[in-house]
Design a protein around this ligand. Structure first.
Ligand SMILES: [Zn+2]
Length: 139
């Protein structure tokens, strides 16, 4: 599920508010999460204060830094990391952007935003479980 959402985000298939407004479906394009800036893909997943905080927390957890280039073209290979680091950081990044999309949709419906630390801990837990499960299947 996270991979499918991430692929849709990567290919800009999700309908962020800027696109819905251009189609005349919504009147406001202000981000549901921060309520300040127009919602575009770049804003929602990279520049929104909420997303930036989530990325910071995840980077602290992983002891790595997602470079700006990594966030924009997140599957570009970074050969300075080991394969395991790339797999784990990639899986966490994909889980996080999918989680941000979920938080955005919940904010749209319920006007409540999950705390960044709660989202990051949830993504971290799910990613670890997914990787362990995948490892067991592959073994
Ligand atoms: Zn925002």
């Amino acid at each position: 599920m996270a991979n499918k959402i991430a692929a849709n985000i990567q290919h800009r298939k999700l309908l962020a508010l800027d696109r819905l407004q251009k189609r005349g479906i919504v009147q406001s394009n202000i981000c549901f999460i921060c309520g300040i800036t127009p919602e575009t893909h770049e804003h929602l997943f990279i520049f929104c204060e909420y997303s930036r905080r989530c990325m910071e927390l995840m980077q602290q957890k992983l002891h790595i830094r997602f470079s700006a280039a990594y966030m924009v073209t997140w599957f570009s290979k970074n050969r300075t990391k080991s394969r395991l680091q790339r797999v784990v950081s990639g899986a966490c990044f994909v889980g996080l952007i999918s989680g941000i999309w979920h938080v955005r949709n919940c904010a749209r419906l319920s006007h409540q935003v999950t705390a960044p630390m709660v989202l990051v801990n949830q993504v971290w837990k799910e990613t670890k479980e997914r990787l362990i499960h995948k490892n067991r299947k592959d073994a």
